[in-house]
Design a protein around this ligand. Structure first.
Ligand code: ATP
Ligand code: MG
Length: 642
């Protein structure tokens, strides 16, 4: 493995990652411990499949936990804060090691071995993280399903992943409303053709549980038996799967994203250095959920791989440890635990935007260096509001469950460059990001041309290996949509400016064709949400016999009274239409702007435009397994008269 010469600029750093990926990633691989060093850095013998660090053996749990015991045993590794249960607990690396080893011994005792799947259906409690690390320790493949998903969604994932064991809890809680998980899980197992051989249940005393004899076990009883049973790390091939995680399902049936072991560890460790700039011993606060990819990467693995402290938070962004409303809870935790890096989602910031801005100034945030946001387009007003309010730079991150870590970002750990509002930044090292013409597949090399954001292989470490047990779906879904070449499509629109900054313009199926003109829904949404009276908006294209399609907007007004005040609604609608006409032209003007109290979103906070469009066209909204609030969609359905 040759060393990388000290890069003089991000441009050089990037170029090296593309021109000599073996040297580049061979050097990054030194950021983690290997039991056997890799024999071959990159194997591209079977495109589009990419294998990294072939012949190397390692273990994610060793790198996240055991490796730090020599130097950081007494340092905080994990701080679990729940405003749902009013609890706060710190685990040092030594304590984390003990907990994970015990959880691993329990799984082994239940017959789980290397390559078996373990499904984790849990709230954001420390034991969920222990369970993930325990799987990694013994080479079991974890499959985390967002806690509280309905039985049908859970059942389809059980059926697909075929777990030997399921780990769950008595209940989750949201806004202090208890959601019993056990009945949901029992129903899901009943619906699934595959049955787990054992279910392990953590009991927080939130909801009663009926145990199924011979199948269900209380975690506390098993742990008591295995407190001192050793469970050493199993050395895995770098290319062995570490987990399967399903995508959000914003555009249809979720895909089981399969990730490797060695490539993932290297990609995350490198990203903490170059992108997140989070150092050993510092605290990172990622507000996501372990049910999502951001949670896998930046709540669990990356901070621990780095020897940092991870803050694991259960609860709403607007509630205090006493269960009472507190719109400054996150900032108070940053102050208390001196977090240096925070990572959240635009959807959460939009929730906070409805709160008193003075709350952003209430706490001493001098430890905080950067706030990262990912998951959805970050509109400029929201980005500015939070950045100015907190007094720290905000970095938009563009990535997907499939990639595991950012595709487009500022890479300030390598070279500090100015961000541009509305742009997540530059192509991240290792990614050959291209803008392609959607029909001809031709690369659009001139600045500011709009096309499909695509990634040319070989894909970097950490990128998905395949769709779980479905190589054909991997190739057909992701690598076959651009004519004449095998490139990975993100299914997002974007442009790149003259300085290489990318702008994401929405999903490729979120385009409206009005009288032969193609318009991105995001542009219309940004125009409307830029109005001071609008908190949030969704724009969809609806079939129209004359124009082909027209834009329909559904907006949440800042003043909620407008929803039930036809006159005020009419006035605001007219104002918004005028605004869009002025900013984007008459073609983009929505046919209607309707005002609603809530918008249908996935559990991860992404707008379900696909479902809104379907009900506007009086069609079946299709797969709604990941919807957060079905009543928001029903309201729209009633409005448009289905
Ligand atoms: P599915 O693929 O099942 O429909 P999904 O695409 O919502 O679900 P995720 O992998 O969670 O599942 O989301 C990735 C998508 O989120 C991206 O393809 C993009 O559309 C959007 N996205 C993520 N981050 C950003 C960002 N910073 N700016 C704009 N869009 C983003
Ligand atoms: Mg997707």
């Amino acid at each position: 493995m040759s060393a990388i010469p000290n890069p003089v600029s991000y441009t050089d750093f990037y170029r090296q990652s593309i021109e000599d990926p073996e040297a580049f990633w061979g050097a990054q691989a030194k950021l983690i411990d290997w039991h056997t060093p890799p024999q071959q850095i990159l194997d591209v013998s079977k495109p589009p499949f990419t294998r990294w660090f072939v012949g190397g053996t390692t273990n994610l749990c060793h790198n996240a936990v055991d490796r730090h015991l020599a130097t950081r045993a007494e340092q905080a590794a994990l701080i679990a804060v729940s405003t749902e249960t009013g609890s706060e607990k710190t685990y040092t690396y030594a304590q984390l090691h003990q907990q994970v080893q015990c959880a691993a011994a329990v799984l082994t005792a239940l017959g789980v071995t290397r390559g078996d799947r373990v499904l984790i259906y849990m709230p954001m409690m420390a034991q969920a993280v222990f369970a993930m690390l325990a799987c990694a320790r013994i080479g079991a493949i974890h499959c985390v399903v967002f806690g509280g998903f309905a039985s049908v969604s859970l059942a389809s994932r059980i059926e697909d992943a075929q777990p030997k064991v399921i780990i769950s809890a008595d209940a989750g809680s949201r806004g202090t409303r208890v959601i019993p998980y056990k009945p949901l899980l029992d129903e899901a197992i009943r619906l699934s053709a595959h049955k787990p051989s054992a279910v392990v249940l953590h009991d927080r005393g939130l909801a009663p549980m009926e145990l199924v004899a011979g199948r269900d076990h209380l975690a506390s009883a098993l742990e008591a038996r295995h407190r001192d049973t050793p469970a050493p790390c199993v050395w895995l091939e770098a290319t062995e799967p570490s987990y399967v995680l399903y995508t959000s399902g914003t555009t249809g049936k979720p895909k089981g994203v399969q990730r490797d072991t060695g490539g993932y560890a290297v990609a995350l460790a490198a990203s903490m250095k170059h992108i997140y700039d989070c150092r050993p011993g510092e605290t990172m606060f990622t507000t996501s959920d372990i049910g999502w990819v951001v949670g896998h990467s930046y709540i669990v693995y990356a901070p621990l791989l780095t020897g940092a402290t991870t803050l694991v938070y259960e609860g709403l962004p607007t509630q205090g440890l006493d269960g009472k409303p507190n719109g400054a809870i996150w900032w108070s935790l940053i102050e208390k635990y001196k977090a240096t890096i925070a990572f959240s989602a635009p959807t959460a910031i939009r929730v906070l935007k409805k709160q008193d801005p003075a709350l952003l100034k209430k706490h001493d945030l001098s430890s905080l260096r950067t706030l990262f946001l990912a998951g959805e387009p970050l509109d400029e007003p929201t980005g500015r509001w939070i950045s100015e309010g907190l007094g720290v730079p905000v970095i938009d991150n563009y990535w997907q469950t499939e990639t595991g870590w950012p595709i487009i970002s500022m890479v300030n750990g390598v070279e500090r460059k100015p961000s541009k509002f509305g742009s997540p930044g530059l192509s991240v090292y290792g990614y050959k990001v291209k803008i392609l013409h959607e029909i001809t597949g031709e690369e659009l090399t001139e600045p500011n041309q709009k096309g499909v954001v695509a990634i040319e292989g070989p894909t970097p470490p950490g990128f998905m290996q395949t769709v779980w047990h479905d190589d054909a779906r991997f190739v057909n879904t992701y690598w076959s949509s651009i004519p004449g070449q095998q490139v990975y499509s993100t299914f997002d629109w974007g442009i790149r400016d003259a300085e290489g900054y990318f702008y994401i313009l929405g999903r490729t199926d979120d385009v409206i064709n009005v009288a032969g003109h193609r318009l991105g829904t995001r542009e219309i949404e940004e125009s409307i949400s830029g109005h001071a009276g609008v908190a949030e908006v969704a724009v969809v294209g609806v079939a129209d016999s004359v124009k082909g399609q027209v834009a329909m907007a559904f907006a949440i007004p800042k003043d909620s009274a407008i929803v039930n005040d036809p006159e005020a609604a009419k006035a605001l609608e007219a104002e918004l239409m005028r605004r869009v006409s002025e900013q984007l032209g008459a073609l983009a003007r929505p046919a209607q702007v309707r005002f609603v109290a809530a918008l249908p979103k996935t559990r991860s906070g992404k707008l379900l435009r696909r479902a809104i469009q379907a009900v506007c066209e009086h069609r079946d909204p299709g797969d709604l397994t990941t919807i957060e609030d079905p009543t928001a969609l029903q309201t729209i359905q009633q409005m448009v008269g289905t």
